[in-house]
Design a protein. Structure first.
Length: 330
């Protein structure tokens, strides 16, 4: 999964004037000798930042956690019975509601499985299985939400509920009429031979607020010639979906090569980062204003808001978790 993220994300560029500020960063390195890297950072309601930890020599993945100012510790290290052979790769972790954690487990012999992990006893409950899974967003009740699936350049967002993935009947309006959020991934699989998804927009990276009211994601708006990865081949905007009415609207300026995003607990702000960028970008959902935080790291990715919205955690150089104060009104 880490390799797939590296292939997708590139530096964030904003195609509009933005407010740029420097930020006071705190954090500590986390580099065990046998680590391949860390990823998929998320901040849960219990105050811990959870993340995936990939071990190079052992070929396994674990879920770890850390509090600001503390030392990282293992949370779940083994996943017995999930795969017919070997241990699964931990592809994604996403906090949901006040005290939930969704984890995607990738086995070589079957589609990825998404489980809800109890943060108290660390037990797992199956939510659904899905092939070609890249990300997941779960509502506060832990029974439904959204999933990102993709093959080659054909990425889209579907819904899940009652243990199954289904088409999301939501359309993004564009100058040429629009396209469905779930269309690209399904288009690439159509006969004859799965020839891709020309003429269809892409949607990636769904993230739901802790109160469950809104889900944000990135949607493509126009081609960007010359790109060498999915997100560098299109211009993008943040799309905000009202989970009660299923109305979707585009917010903020055009973005070139953005990254995985996260939503504040109250749904008022979205934070983005780029895998090779040195900045975080915080978007105000209501007004569309955007502020870039210069943090000075070489690789900045996987941002996450604290439950109170005052702090942002992020993955620095695929080896450490760092923290920076969040702007309140970009």
């Amino acid at each position: 999964m880490v390799e797939r993220w590296l292939a997708r994300w590139r530096p964030l560029r904003v195609a509009a004037a933005v407010l740029v500020t420097s930020a006071l960063v705190q954090g500590c390195d986390f580099v065990p000798e046998d680590t391949w890297g860390i990823g998929s950072v998320t901040w849960a309601g219990d105050g811990y930042v959870y993340f995936t930890h990939h071990f190079s020599e052992r070929g396994v993945s674990e879920v770890w956690r850390v509090r600001p100012g503390g030392q990282p510790v293992a949370f779940v290290q083994t996943w017995p019975g999930r795969c017919a052979q070997d241990e699964p790769a931990v592809d994604v972790v996403r906090a949901f509601g006040g005290n939930g954690l969704a984890v995607a487990l990738d086995c070589p012999d079957r589609p990825a499985r998404v489980e809800s992990i109890d943060l108290q006893d660390r037990s797992g409950t199956r939510l659904f299985d899905a092939p070609d899974l890249f990300d997941v967003a779960v509502d506060p009740g832990g029974t439904r939400g959204y999933v990102e699936q993709g093959v080659r350049d054909c990425f889209s967002v579907a819904a899940f509920s009652d243990g199954a993935v289904r088409v999301l009947d939501v359309r993004v309006t564009t100058a040429d009429g629009g396209w469905g959020l779930s269309e690209a991934y399904r288009a690439q699989a159509r006969p004859p031979g799965g020839q891709g998804c020309p003429g269809v927009g892409r949607a990636v990276g769904p993230a739901t607020s802790a109160d469950g009211r809104v889900t944000a994601m990135l949607v493509s708006t126009s081609p960007e010639p010359g790109g060498n990865s999915l997100l560098s081949r299109f211009n993008w905007r943040v799309a905000v979906l009202d989970n009660a009415t299923m109305a979707i609207r585009l917010v903020g300026p055009d973005l070139v090569t953005p990254s995985r995003l996260a939503v504040s607990a109250d749904g008022s702000r979205v934070v983005l980062a780029g895998i090779l960028g040195t900045d975080l970008a915080v978007l105000n959902v209501a007004g569309g204003g955007i502020e870039r935080l210069t943090v000075g790291d070489r690789n900045v990715t996987d941002p996450a808001f604290s439950p109170d919205g005052r702090t942002i955690a992020y993955n620095s150089d695929v080896k450490s978790i760092k923290f920076v104060p969040a702007p309140t009104t970009p």
